[in-house]
Design a protein around this ligand. Structure first.
Ligand code: FES
Length: 129
């Protein structure tokens, strides 16, 4: 629905089994795998945020840090990474490495940008402080 009907192609289709995180969007601010979520599973009134509409202060800080630290490699996983990172910072203002690892564990990066992802989350948290 997001990609083919609404042309919101920033959300990627990865594994199709909610295992890789490339399809992550926010449902009322909660990071959610969209690839296994049918429209019928979305309750009326729930706000769906994709990478195109990520305008929260956390989302902006994460995207700025991603750019400053040059996080992406191929980029395929990155919109999902940004969505999950934004949800994390909305919940935990100064996450520890363990918080980041636990929260981001469901977002797989085949290019292994994990070190830069963690650094960018810390950087974004610093700019929000
Ligand atoms: Fe290539 Fe993450 S940047 S899969």
């Amino acid at each position: 629905m997001l990609r083919d009907h609404l042309q919101l192609v920033g959300t990627k289709y990865g594994c199709g089994m909610a295992l890789c995180g490339a399809c992550t969007v926010l449902l009322d601010g909660v990071a959610t795998r969209s690839c296994t979520l049918p429209i019928s599973g979305v309750k009326p009134g729930v706000e769906i945020t994709t990478i195109e509409g990520l305008k929260s202060k956390e989302g902006k800080a994460v995207q700025a840090a991603w750019e400053r630290l040059d996080v992406p490699q191929c980029g395929y996983c990155q919109s999902g990474q940004v969505m999950s990172a934004s949800a994390l910072l909305a919940k935990i203002k100064r996450p520890s490495d363990a918080d980041i690892d636990a929260s981001m564990a469901g977002n797989v990066c085949r290019c292994a940008t994990y070190v830069r992802i963690r650094a960018a989350i810390h950087e974004a948290a610093r700019t929000l402080a």
